[in-house]
Design a protein around this ligand. Structure first.
Ligand code: FAE
Length: 571
């Protein structure tokens, strides 16, 4: 059966440069409530018959929009199911909805719109509580020690916002909840230098990316530069100015990078006229104010189309071909302590894997190995990398204080990629006290790529990453910091990742790959072997973005979904 969607101009009706700052947090929260509280009508009847093709655009246009807008129920049939609500999933949902397709999104994390007992939705970085970690009884903070003392503490088991997912050689930090990684990340919105792009996505036309899709992504995300004059004098960026001074005295290029934080709000925080968020150290466990997460940008616009439904606390566990076409998708509905409250099976004509690099790779690896999706190719699970992440701190002299007030939103990096293979984010250390420390998250060039494999005996997916592989990243980071230390007469901090440990080499914030573009999928994210299945998240990028990755993930999703709508849905 033919699929009809709205004409091309419908896609363009929402201007690409829509100012996202006017989509207020208040409106978004109200919108989420309406998403979840909408009338519980039978989606099957609204969306037309069973799947495998009958996504009649006419039926969509005629259907009352609210009818399909409720949490997924057992037995539903939907035209499109998106697994995950991070960057890739949000782009897919918005663009499909604009093209006239009803979209259901399943998200294993919470919706994050209900305040806790302290009146805030999110916990503060310095005081983790039940909201902070995904199903852990003890925190696993990336920066585990201070002055040698361990910082971790017991917390109640809860479907919290930050997942520290352990594999044999690495802990992978990921956001959990509606908005994915945008809920917990530092908002650094970095477009790779163009000369580095061929190494990031070798099969993608750079001209198109830099003229169309990166600008579209940055506009959609609401990225903006900090006001340089304000930055020069703001107390909360003293740490970054110290970072610049040290970088430049050693001859390294210091580059400002945009962020998705609302700079006008941050100025008001500094003036004391609004509640503090970035200036209260909020970042890892969510920002109560100021940050434009996907919920204020792509997801808010998707919600405004009236065609997108989100089911929070719904974890996809299985996808397999359905009799008669389309896919049977199984989901666990979770309680806030992670137990399974209900299992559901729905049918979807098309499924977009947007569960993040690890989530998508784990699902696909298991589904291929266990025979649910037997025709996926042998590239599934391969090409996974950590974006070369490694962290370190430096101990400054007493005459170089970094400030007790530090904005949790980074604004700059030290770019030594071409000479030393490292781009170092000048990161905050928002402890509320003067530490005389400079802190950095380096993104480095590293040749190491791991693979996910199905471990049938243990009933889990393993990753064959080796901790020793981080040495390449440490060496690259040292091309910057050994030189700075020598010039400044300073030393590395040894108290932040354990006792006498310089390098944070046990983790990544930037998982990439596992279902690589043009290998596990075609050049637009269509999975080989099973038509109607797509990958549209960080799993497509083969292990390194040369900078922080979410702008590239968003831009690639914009590119791919445009082609998929034109070629697959408008036939
Ligand atoms: P992602 O945003 O992770 O979304 C995937 C979603 O799928 C999540 O909400 C999951 O809960 C959900 N999910 C997973 N499995 C399932 C399932 N089976 N069923 C249903 N739902 C599922 O994916 N990047 C930058 O560019 N700049 C930064 O400043 C930055 N800072 C970071 C700081 C931290 C602490 C962390 C953890 C990450 C940071 N990142 C940063 C990385 C960035 O957030 C990450 O690359 C993107 O979020 C990945 O986007 P995806 O769409 O691939």
């Amino acid at each position: 059966m033919r699929v009809t969607v709205l004409p091309a101009q419908a896609h363009r009706e929402v201007p690409q440069n829509t100012d996202v700052s006017d989509v207020s947090r208040r409106r978004f929260i109200a919108g989420t409530g309406s998403l979840l509280g909408a009338a519980a009508l039978g989606a099957g009847s609204v969306l037309g018959g069973p799947l495998g093709g009958p996504l009649s655009g006419r039926a969509h246009a005629a259907a009352p929009r609210s009818a399909a807008r409720r949490v997924l129920a057992d037995g539903d049939s939907v035209p499109v199911l998106v697994i995950g609500t991070g960057y890739g999933g949000s782009v897919a949902a918005l663009r499909l909805a604009e093209a006239g397709v009803d979209v259901h999104m399943a998200e294993m994390g919470q919706s994050w719109d209900t305040p806790g007992p302290d009146g805030n939705v999110f916990a503060n970085t310095t005081e983790p509580d039940y909201r902070s970690f995904w199903l852990r009884t003890r925190t696993k903070q990336p920066l585990s020690n201070f002055l040698g003392f361990p910082l971790d503490k017991d917390v109640p088991l809860h479907t919290g916002i930050l997942d520290a997912e352990d594999f044999a050689g690495i802990t992978v930090y990921q956001g959990r909840g509606v908005g994915g990684g945008s809920l917990v990340n530092g908002g650094m919105a970095v477009t790779p230098r163009r000369e580095n792009f061929p190494s990031v996505l070798p099969s993608v036309d750079a001209n198109e990316m830099y003229s169309v899709y990166y600008p579209r992504a940055n506009s959609g995300l609401g990225t903006a530069d900090v006001d340089p004059a304000w930055w020069e004098s703001a107390d909360c960026y003293q740490y970054a100015r110290v970072g610049r001074k040290h970088a430049e005295r050693s001859g390294f290029p210091f580059v400002f990078v945009p962020n998705v934080y609302d700079w006008a709000y941050m100025k008001q925080e500094a003036e004391g006229s609004v509640p503090r968020s970035a200036l209260a150290g909020e970042v890892l466990y969510g920002n109560n104010h100021g940050k434009k997460t996907l919920r204020q940008t792509y997801l808010a616009r998707a919600e405004a189309t009236g065609r997108v439904t989100v089911s929070p606390l719904h974890r996809v566990t299985d996808v397999r071909p359905a009799e008669g076409g389309g896919y049977t998708v199984s989901l666990d509905q979770l309680t806030s302590t992670g137990t399974v409250a209900a299992t559901k099976t729905v049918t979807a004509a098309r499924v977009f894997f947007a569960a993040g690099s690890v989530g998508t790779s784990k699902l696909l690896t298991r589904l291929k190995a266990t025979g649910a999706l037997p025709r996926l190719n042998s590239e599934i699970g391969k090409g996974w990398g950590d974006n070369g992440n490694v962290m370190c701190g430096r101990a400054n002299h007493m005459w170089d204080p970094t400030g007790k007030l530090q904005s949790a939103m980074p604004t700059a990096g030290i770019d030594n990629w071409s000479a030393g293979g490292a781009f170092a984010e000048v990161a905050p250390l928002p402890t509320g006290i003067e530490t005389y420390a400079s802190f950095y998250l380096s993104i480095t060039r590293t040749p190491h790529r791991a693979a996910f494999t199905w471990n049938a005996a243990a009933n889990r997916v393993d990753l064959d990453w080796q901790r020793s592989w981080k040495q390449t990243s440490i060496d690259a980071a040292r091309t910057i910091f050994d030189k700075i230390n020598a010039k400044e007469g300073t030393i590395y901090r040894t108290d932040l990742f354990g006792a006498n440990k310089i390098w944070g080499d046990h983790l990544t914030y930037h998982p990439l790959g596992g279902a690589v573009l043009d290998q596990a999928t075609d050049n637009y994210g269509r999975l080989h072997g099973h038509s109607g299945l797509y990958v549209i998240d960080g799993a497509l990028i083969p292990g390194c973005a040369t900078v922080n990755p979410f702008v590239t993930i968003t831009a690639l999703a914009e590119r791919n979904i445009e082609r998929i709508i034109t070629a697959d849905l408008r036939r």
